[in-house]
Design a protein around this ligand. Sequence first.
Ligand code: NAP
Length: 304
Amino acid sequence: MKLDFDVVIVGAGFAGMTAAIYLKRANVNVVMIENNAPGGQANKTNIIENYPGFESIDGPTLAYNLFMQTQKLKVPYKYGNVIDIEDKNDYKIIKTDKEEIKCKCVIIATGRKSKELGLENETSLTGRGVSWCAICDGPLYKNKTVAVVGGGNSSLEESIYLSEMCSKVILIHRRDEFRAESILVDKVLQNPKIEIKHNNVITALNEFEDKLDSVDIKNTIDGSKEDVKVSALFIFIGNYPVVDMLKNTKVKTMDGYILIDRNMRTNVKGIYACGDVISKEVYQMSTAAGEGTIAALSAIKDLK
Ligand code: NAP
């Protein structure tokens, strides 16, 4: 049976693109499939200060550099949405919205998607005040007051970024303690343009003339309510793994995240996973790159 590729990498974020580099350099016939801009979460990150070798670099530039590295090696890149994977034991059929690709192995590097608050008009206000990307939409709210919700690294990093262009950033967090790294917490506490509203949850998004106008918040300690006038709300409340394409396989997951062994092999022969989609403790770009390396080397070994 003729295979289209030895290895298909689903997802071209830091894990997927790193795997592609290692596979191509080992002369493996590999392709990357991605349904978005290559680079994954890095494209939504303003400044990265903890990726080895770069004291400070903006996410899209780092993502572009990595993509160009794959293109200099001539790694084929397809734009498409992988909707299903059929496991035929010795080979796999990757089904996208456009075509079917036969391959020996598949590396799942699909990462995670942003969580939503679940409020009534959240989806309809997307692009009209509600956003999940400060680097993309922040400049639209120059000199305006915006809100950020969340208490992890993303919400604090993006609040700092937004404070550089917005007149005020109101950071709304449901607890009295942040889970972000202390270096970020210190920066936020020292930033005069960031106002913190601890112990508050958003209960409604109010619109005026088809745009977000204010958010209703409720204090979880004393139950007091407030209508906070903002031009935009940036939501950074965590993520969930993208694994829909595995629904017809026997790949094991835990809380939605793919279970792998220390060599990035799943329980199904020929299916590997790496990056933010796997079950693990640390979700960093540096760890994603490392896991992409391991997944590629495991696939190379198994192909031999
Ligand atoms: P996260 O660490 O999971 O934090 C999510 C935050 O949102 C938490 O503070 C959580 O509150 C809050 N939250 C969750 N659901 C909520 C809801 N329904 N309403 C209100 N608030 C809600 O997510 P993240 O900040 O996106 O980070 C994801 C991962 O990437 C983490 O492992 C993080 O360390 C990593 N990351 C690293 C960097 C970096 O190293 N520079 C940058 C960005 C992200 P509770 O705290 O109360 O649970």
